[in-house]
Design a protein around this ligand. Structure first.
Ligand SMILES: C[S@@+](CC[C@H](N)C(=O)[O-])C[C@H]1O[C@@H](n2cnc3c(N)ncnc32)[C@H](O)[C@@H]1O
Length: 299
């Protein structure tokens, strides 16, 4: 076991560099590689700050080392719970002893476990500082299992092509925050009535991490979703579209994604200058009418 918690920043930087250089050679042993380099305490404070930890958050550290990140979060907020997993049994024992000593063992526990076996379904904040390859290997697990809105934090390294939602690059190593996006990719449909006319939208959403794009069809008209924003479960977009029998309208949709449903409101600016606000419920569909033949009629 390496115990470098007492080493100075220069040594820590060297070890971080060693972590980077070992990445290439350690590919086959990657999953079980257990070099322990503790995050410097100022970095831990910045990680906790960037996570904007609130009461009732469940803060975890995948590869928790001496437990300092979860212990710091629990020290700062007496309502926070947390846990960590580490492949190094000695570090797990030390971390549990520290939790006891600091009087937080009822809220904070550490387990001897591989990060890939951690149950992250009910957590709200995930810290990890592992080899970049290891974090990249964990990325699908996080995106598949963590709840939308879960905040993921690391420093120095990144998450490959999953862009950070925020970076704190002030001092020391850059600290990043990624927010697990809801899954919106696929076919969706919703209805509303305007001026007594019922409309059905058949939309197609495409998604890569938190970046989403989309198109929709109402009757024989199609429109592009614009200003699409996905942050956790919060999803919004605007749409300018002519609706038959109504005219050119501007829509602002905003809602929360919950599995196969999005619930929220749509504000519609009507051609006569009036604004209408309606409840909006979109449902995921297996097939879509978006591709139905359109015909050659022009109006
Ligand atoms: C760079 S240290 C980070 C420690 C702590 N998170 C921090 O920031 O201070 C990485 C830690 O991950 C642990 N680790 C590495 N591979 C792991 C795996 N596959 N499963 C669980 N823990 C692992 C190591 O034992 C080590 O304690």
């Amino acid at each position: 076991m390496n115990t470098v918690s007492t080493m100075g920043p220069a040594v820590r930087t060297l070890l971080a560099a060693a972590m980077l250089s070992l990445c290439a050679g350690a590919a086959t042993a990657q999953e079980r590689f257990s070099l322990f380099v503790p995050s410097a305490q100022p970095t831990v404070e910045r990680l906790v700050k960037l996570a904007r930890i609130q009461d009732n958050d469940v803060v975890v550290d995948l590869g928790s080392g001496d437990g300092r990140i979860v212990l710091t979060a629990a020290r700062d907020n007496p309502k926070v719970r947390g846990w960590g997993v580490d492949i190094n049994e000695n570090l797990v024992r030390q971390s549990n002893e520290a939790a006891k000593k600091q009087g937080v063992s009822d809220r904070v526990q550490f387990f001897h476990r591989n990060v890939f076996d951690a149950d992250i379904r009910d957590v709200t904040v995930i810290n990890m500082w592992l080899f970049p390859e290891l974090m990249r290997l964990l990325r699908p697990k996080i995106l598949a299992e963590a709840r939308p809105g879960t905040r993921v934090l690391t420093h120095l390294f990144d998450m490959g092509s999953w862009q950070a939602d925020e970076w704190d690059k002030e001092a020391g190593s850059a600290v990043g925050l990624w927010i697990v996006p809801a899954k919106v990719e696929g076919y969706w449909s919703w209805q509303y009535t305007l001026n007594g006319i019922p409309f059905t939208h058949d939309a197609i959403l495409e998604q890569r991490f938190q970046m989403a794009e989309g198109v929709t069809r109402a009757g024989n008209r199609r429109g592009l979703l614009q200003n699409v924003r996905l942050r956790g479960e919060d999803f919004s977009f605007s749409l300018e579209m002519t609706l038959d029998g109504v005219g050119l309208t501007r829509h602002d949709f905003a809602g929360k994604v919950n599995g196969d449903q999005i619930k929220g409101t749509v504000k519609i600016a009507m051609p006569d200058g009036k604004n209408v606000e309606l409840p909006w419920t979109a449902r995921r569909t297996v097939t879509t009418a978006y591709f139905r033949p359109t015909g050659v009629e022009t109006k």
